[in-house]
Ligand binder design. Structure first.
Ligand code: BTN
Length: 325
């Protein structure tokens, strides 16, 4: 057993007994190390910021789970089999999508996760940047190696947005919806963005990088002026701070389960959920060229069907639309 998995085990025991004192002897026995080795591992966890209290002659206690993005905590909470099992936790990077792409080129397996506490050049869609301050939110990228054709790539975009929306709705009880193509909105404001990038050869994707930026704990008034009227966070919507490691672990689990279904050929179900969770359909939207129309449908390839005010039916394959009303 590696040092890391011993720390994970210690943390999971403390979390199981949250607020209680666990004796050093019991813990050492359960982890399978000496008392001295246990003490060292507890110190290592404390150095990573986990507020474990040592109570002389009694044992150790953890009063609350800290909001830290560290492997032992993430692994304690992770229930997926493949997604996120291979991981890179970074303090700061330019863009986790850039790092993940590099890793994928070097052969990193499917499910490899790159997470950063902050990004200096977080990338958004269409050349935009992504607000990525330290310690507040989630910025991560996942490598996917599906056996599909390029034409089927939008399915992976659906997959990511449905999986994330599902987590926000089912685990947190917030009314998240998907704005085409893959923004997540709550009460009309953007809470998350997804950037799927691909490298392909002969019309076959070699790999995809699914990059997710999710505003978790940005407080009211915490967004820069240029996005403050359009952006929101889970904390603003739900009224309390959340554990980023927990949300990340839930997303890995959710994505894995939707991905398994997709691999079994259940494409319709994904589209059904996309439609159920959609924010765009039935609304008046403005296209990039300024024309306006009603969003009337979505094709299995992921294009948005818009009936312009002049009556023409358009199929929008890429880009963005503004919701007018
Ligand atoms: C968008 O809505 O424009 C997509 C935003 C995607 C942002 C995430 S943050 C983690 C990952 N790394 C990046 O550089 N971008 C994505």
């Amino acid at each position: 057993m590696s040092t890391l998995s011993k720390e994970t085990l210690i943390l999971s025991i403390l979390i199981q007994h949250l607020g209680e004192i666990v004796s050093g002897e019991e813990m050492a026995q359960r982890v399978g190390v000496s008392r001295v080795a246990l003490h060292k591992r507890i110190d290592a966890l404390k150095r990573q910021g986990v507020p474990i209290k040592s109570i002389p002659r009694k044992g150790y206690t953890l009063m609350e789970i800290p909001d830290l993005l560290i492997p032992p905590l993430f692994l304690t909470l992770l229930k997926s089999r493949e997604m996120g099992r291979n991981y890179h936790f970074l303090e700061q990077t330019d863009s986790t999508n850039r790092v993940a792409r590099e890793l994928a080129r070097q052969g990193a397996p499917e499910g490899t996760l790159t997470v950063a506490e902050s990004q200096t050049r977080g990338r958004g869609r269409q050349g935009r940047s992504w607000f990525s301050p330290k310690g507040e939110n989630l910025y991560f990228s996942l490598i996917i190696r599906p056996s599909i054709s390029i034409l089927e790539v939008p399915q992976i975009t659906f997959l990511a947005s449905v999986a994330l929306t599902h987590v926000i709705r089912e685990r947190l009880g917030l009314e998240a919806l998907i704005k085409w193509p893959n923004d997540i909105y709550i009460r009309g404001k953007k809470v998350a963005g997804i950037l799927v990038e691909m490298e392909s050869q002969d019309a076959i994707p070699r790999f995809l990088v699914v990059g997710v930026g999710l505003n978790v704990n940005t407080p009211p008034g915490g967004f820069p002026p240029e996005i403050s009227t359009r952006a929101t966070s889970l904390m603003i919507e739900g009224g309390k701070g959340l554990l980023r490691a927990q949300i990340l672990a839930w997303f890995m689990e959710s994505l894995e389960s939707w991905y398994q279904d997709l691999k079994k050929g259940h494409k319709e179900e994904l589209l059904t959920y996309w439609r159920r969770y959609n924010y765009t359909l039935g609304r008046l939207v403005q296209l990039e060229d300024g024309r306006e129309g009603w969003a009337v449908g979505i094709t299995p390839q992921g294009s948005l069907l818009v009936r312009t005010l002049g009556g023409t039916l358009l199929s929008i394959g890429a880009g963005d639309v503004e919701v007018v009303e």
